[in-house]
Design a protein around this ligand. Structure first.
Ligand SMILES: C[S@@+](CC[C@H](N)C(=O)[O-])C[C@H]1O[C@@H](n2cnc3c(N)ncnc32)[C@H](O)[C@@H]1O
Length: 351
């Protein structure tokens, strides 16, 4: 029997000379027959590729774990890690997650507090958090700002594309154990004192303290929707963390270019959990100014995403201070439209 063979170049199917069933497939009319044999061929290639990927990554993981710490930051290992990460990203079917933590990246939160501290006594601070999930990030930011600057009028808008998770965020009531949408890891970065400062304890649950919830508006919104500016309005600070990496790269780039329009000229964008090359490209194209304060600590400040490199698509490489593009590549915080503001102040024409 001559089997059907697909061309690896064109993907076209060369049908063999007999009409015998292949692997028990019934013989149908010619078009159905060739379609099912293309499908079969694709399935076989897909299975072979998956097996190869599994073995390849398993063996690499095994060797990787044996590497001494002293080698991890050497150029050849960083390059090989980058290759493995690229390999993983190319092979992964990305999907969204709700996973998050309270006080997820402490150096980043400290920088948010520094920005809040630059505000005059009694001033307003407009801040939007996109992809806010169950609210852990929202209340962490509210806590860090309100503890330091109770005088500020904090106008905080928290948005997520998922209505279901946003309901949890808005209620601010969290089980101490895991449930379908959350695991108990959300508390693992908090000290007991911080737990007491943020929550009231309620029978197997913890509830966000009322002073932290005050004035926060929760909205279902898609960060990639061009209409988001009209619904949320421009902000002093926009936070867009850990959701762009779960999109295919083209969508992530389009979404990032869209959401930055929410930042008022001279305002700030925090963006992490995005493919580093996409962030650097958009930052470069749009002339964002990277903020270098604590850049390395912030880049390394979320242990879970650092630990997952190079094995998961969301994993983040270690900070490599020898790279000439390190500022744009590793900054999480950017000042937006500074140049436009300066030009406007100087009275020059702003295009
Ligand atoms: C992994 S969680 C990140 C939560 C939080 N930002 C953090 O850094 O811990 C990603 C969240 O982004 C939301 N999301 C995904 N795509 C979005 C979009 N286009 N617009 C708004 N939210 C989105 C998901 O529903 C999910 O709750």
């Amino acid at each position: 029997m001559e089997e059907s063979v697909g061309s690896p170049v064109t993907g076209m199917q060369h049908v063999g000379k007999t009409n015998l069933p292949v692997d028990g497939q019934p013989v149908g009319p010619p078009s159905n027959r060739s379609q099912s044999s293309v499908k079969l061929q694709k399935n076989r290639i897909g299975t072979a590729r998956r097996v190869f990927d599994k073995v390849f990554l398993y063996l690499n993981g095994w060797v990787w774990r044996l590497l001494p710490d002293s080698l991890m930051m050497t150029r050849p290992i960083l390059r090989y890690g980058a290759f493995l990460h690229f390999y993983v990203q190319r092979r992964s079917e990305r999907s969204q997650y709700h996973g998050t933590f309270f006080l997820r990246n402490r150096p980043e939160l400290e920088l948010i507090r520094t920005l809040a501290n630059q505000k005059k006594i009694g001033a307003s601070l407009k801040l939007a958090i996109l992809g806010c999930s169950n609210g852990a990030e929202v209340y962490s930011i509210a806590w860090i700002i309100r503890s330091a600057r109770p005088d500020l009028k904090l106008i905080l808008c928290a948005a997520d594309i998922s209505t279901e998770i946003l309901e949890i965020a808005e209620e601010g009531l969290y089980p101490l154990g895991a449930n379908r949408l959350m695991d108990s890891q959300i508390f693992e970065r908090l000290t007991e004192e911080e737990m007491r400062g943020i929550f009231d304890l309620e029978d197997g649950h913890v509830r966000i303290k009322p002073w932290l919830k005050e004035g926060i508006v929760f909205r279902v919104a898609d960060a990639g929707d061009p209409g988001i500016i009209a619904s949320i309005g421009t902000q002093d600070i926009v936070v867009a963390n850990n959701f762009l990496c779960h999109m295919v790269p083209e969508h992530a780039e389009t979404c990032l270019r869209n959401l930055v329009r929410l930042v008022a000229p001279g305002g700030y964008l925090f963006v992490s959990g995005v493919d580093l090359s996409i962030r650097a490209k958009v930052a470069n194209d749009l002339g964002w100014t990277p903020v270098l304060d604590r850049i390395q600590e912030i880049h390394n400040g979320d242990p879970s995403v650092r630990r997952d490199w190079p094995w998961r698509w969301w994993g983040v490489e270690p900070y490599d201070g020898k790279r000439s593009d390190r500022d744009l590549r590793y900054a999480h915080l950017f000042r937006i439209g500074e140049q436009l503001v300066a030009e406007a102040i100087a009275g020059s024409t702003v295009k």
